[in-house]
Write a protein that binds this ligand. Sequence first.
Ligand code: FAD
Length: 289
Amino acid sequence: MKIRDIIGQEKATLSFEVFPPKKDTDFASVEAAALGIAALRPSYMSVTYGAGGSTKGHTIKLANEIQEKYGVPTIAHLTCVCANKDSIRTALSEMKNAGIENILALRGDIPKNYDGQVFTDFAHASELVKLIKESGDFCVGGACYPEVHPDSANKQDDIANLKKKVEAGCEYLTTQMFFDNNIFFNFMYRIREAGIAVPVIPGIMPITKRVQVKNAVKLSGCNVPERFKNIVDRFGDTEAAMKQAGIAYATDQIIDLLANGVKHIHVYSMNKPEVAAGIQANLSDILLV
Ligand code: FAD
């Protein structure tokens, strides 16, 4: 089923993201975690992709298994750094053969110590979006950044570039993580004012370990509110307490988003079925309203 049809329905949606292993030897444990999340029967799931195609086989296999075994529609992520049109066409045909109908089109982060050519046929995700739309009947999404993509000089440029991605055929957007909902609401105001009308799905990251805060800030440059810093300071040394507090904080963020008109929530569940289950249980009645 296409994501555009799932989010086009009246019902609120809750979806989860998983990431594939880099090594074959880790596949079984990741598969068990991903299927554990699929067993919760979320609205859909997404499977990330190693920039440069490093996880292509695992991404496709996981996305296919989630659909086949649990009937949960999947999105396969696809990146275009270090790729050319031929390698992307090959990936698309493998995805189609595996029954994948939804693709999140990404530029990808530039890998460190890569000795090949990073940008050949694609410089931006918008070019990938265009190629996917020309290549078949896929529903195509893209990424967006409420706190501005780190490569952008300023908010205006970032939004102008985002608009190009939507004009290339991107049908919905999923946000980078954020911990302060006001940043998301402000971003929504700005992009709607700029004429970007596609659905925007907030991506929520439950932080369940202290080290994740540092990684999140390093990866996305996101703002960590004082209220959340205090939570991590107080509970970060006790695994069970931090997990409970992280699930509660993410739940709180989601409830605030839903209360303010957002209908679709994507959770970066980081291959943790218990975290996905905790959030889903906290929202069981709320999502029905
Ligand atoms: P783009 O949309 O191309 O934007 C990248 C930068 O280029 C921005 O600064 C943008 O403003 C600028 N830009 C865009 N178009 C133009 C233009 N025409 N002219 C000038 N500048 C332009 N990474 C992975 O490797 N694998 C994944 O599975 C993955 N999943 C992700 C999922 C989500 C929801 C998000 C938010 C990110 C994900 N990422 C993933 C990370 C992503 O690949 C990086 O953030 C990457 O640096 C940018 O990708 P993009 O698709 O947003 O790029």
